[in-house]
Structures are given as C-alpha cells and as structure tokens.
Design a protein around this ligand. Structure first.
Ligand SMILES: Nc1ncnc2c1ncn2[C@@H]1O[C@H](COP(=O)(O)OP(=O)(O)OP(=O)(O)O)[C@@H](O)[C@H]1O
Ligand SMILES: [Mg+2]
Length: 232
C-alpha cells in the first residue's frame, strides 16, 4: 500500500496530560492531536521541560494519559492491561530512554540481549547481531562490563543498541547524541539515516545535524505540538 494512504501507525486524539505536585495540578498537554505514518521520521525538539520525553512515554504506554486516546498500530493502549501492554511494547517498539535504564546487575552484553529473553526468543539467533552492533558503536571491548563501570556516553550507546536488537518497527529515541563524542555522534547519525525509510522513527534531539532527516519537526508548546517550519 502507498505510504501516504496507509492508516497512521501512531495516533493521539484529544490527549490531556497533567501532573500533580502536592495539591497543585500542572497541565502539560490539553486536547493534543498527533499522527504519524509508517516509516515517518519525526523529530521533537524544544526547551527543557516542554514535554518531549513525556510525549514518547505516552506513545510507548509508559505514562497513561488523563483523557483522550492513544493508538499504536490501531490498538488503543488503554485497552491493554500492564502485562499485555508490556508484551505488545516489547514486540513492536524499541525505546532509548534519556537516562538509559540498564539493569545494573547484568553486563552490557546481557543488557543488550534482555529484550530477546523478554520477547521469549532464542538468544543464539541474536548474538551475532549484538556483537555487530557493539562493534558499530565502538563498544565491543565493554561487552562484559557492568553498567556502573562504563561512562555516561557508553551507557547511552548500550541503551541504543538494546533498542535495536529486536529490529522493532517503531523506534523512540530520547536525545541519542547527548554526551557523545564526534565519532560516536557520526555513528548514531549513520544508523538513524540507514534506518530512515525502514522504520518509524521518533527522535528527541537538539542536534541540527539530525533535523534535515526529519519529515516533520515538532516543538511541544502551549499544551500541544507545534510544527516547526523549515529545518533551519
Ligand atoms: N512524573 C512526573 N511528575 C511530575 N512532573 C513531571 C513528571 N514527569 C514530567 N514532569 C514535568 O513535566 C514537564 C515535562 O517533562 P519532560 O520530561 O517531558 O520534559 P522534556 O521536554 O523531555 O525536558 P528535557 O529536555 O529536560 O529532557 C516538566 O515540567 C516536568 O517537570
Ligand atoms: Mg526529556
């Protein structure tokens, strides 16, 4: 089917999201709509605290909305219980969190292979891919280290590799090039460019080097997503 006539792969309809801090209610999103088609490359940018991470967490079903509908592949996330949502997420979405979230008691390689185990697939089918990705991101020498022994930039690279291991259809990436040196940034750009057109990619970034890849760029602003005009 033609890309432009397919139904959206991700849909947010009339989404409200607030946080409560003590007795105070802080509205982040009100009546927000968003749609993204298969194989779109979407960038979210904007100032700290504007809601970029929260948008990705809503799409991943890691944060429930207060009102409105969130659909991924046509499935309304609210209809899943926690267990089925976790299984759905592990088989369709690769997520690179801003803060990594590696399991501290597992080595780098074990962390990378964890989604394979969670998805109940055979690890042996993914070991070569894990090593290829470790090499691609200059991390093979750290395969047997524990997360506390690696640097912040290395930690984020492991999180990136872990998100890619199962070749998910949707990739959500929160600031992948923050804390990276130039060589690693280039490796991450290369990977995102290679995956563009193969996967649906939503990236939070401040890096103007990534902007030209984007089909659309959004800034969370005034409770909604505002489309940034142009790429400059
Ligand atoms: N669990 C929470 N409880 C209370 N407030 C929260 C919570 N999560 C996020 N917020 C608030 O919502 C707003 C948006 O947070 P979010 O993490 O989405 O911002 P961001 O755009 O990703 O920022 P940054 O660029 O610093 O990562 C912030 O003001 C934040 O303090
Ligand atoms: Mg954030």
């Amino acid at each position: 089917m033609d890309k432009d006539t397919s139904p959206p792969i991700i849909e947010l309809h009339g989404v409200f999201k607030h946080f409560k801090i003590g007795k105070e209610k802080i509205d982040l999103f009100k009546d927000l709509d968003f749609a993204c088609n298969e194989k779109d490359f979407v960038v979210f940018t904007g100032p700290s605290g504007c809601g970029k991470t929260t948008i990705l967490q809503i799409i991943a079903g890691l944060t429930r909305v207060n009102q409105g509908k969130v659909k991924v592949f046509g499935h309304e996330l609210d209809n899943f219980n926690e267990e089925s949502l976790a299984l759905f997420r592990s088989s369709t979405i690769g997520i690179v969190f801003q803060l990594g979230h590696l399991i501290e008691t597992l080595t780098v390689l074990e962390n990378i292979l964890l989604p394979v185990e969670l998805a109940q697939r055979d690890e042996r089918d993914y070991e070569k891919r894990a090593w290829d990705l470790l090499n691609e991101f200059y991390m093979s020498h750290r395969a047997h280290s524990l997360p506390r022994m690696i640097s912040g930039g290395e930690y984020q690279r492991v999180a990136f590799i872990r998100a890619l291991i199962l070749e998910p259809q949707i990739l959500l990436v929160d600031e992948p090039t923050a804390n990276q040196d130039e060589q690693t940034k280039q490796a991450i750009f290369r990977k995102l460019t290679e995956l563009k057109g193969q996967k649906t990619i939503l990236v939070i970034t401040h890096s103007r080097d990534i902007f030209p890849q984007a089909d659309r760029i959004y800034i969370p602003s005034e409770f909604k997503l505002r489309e940034k005009n142009g790429i400059a």
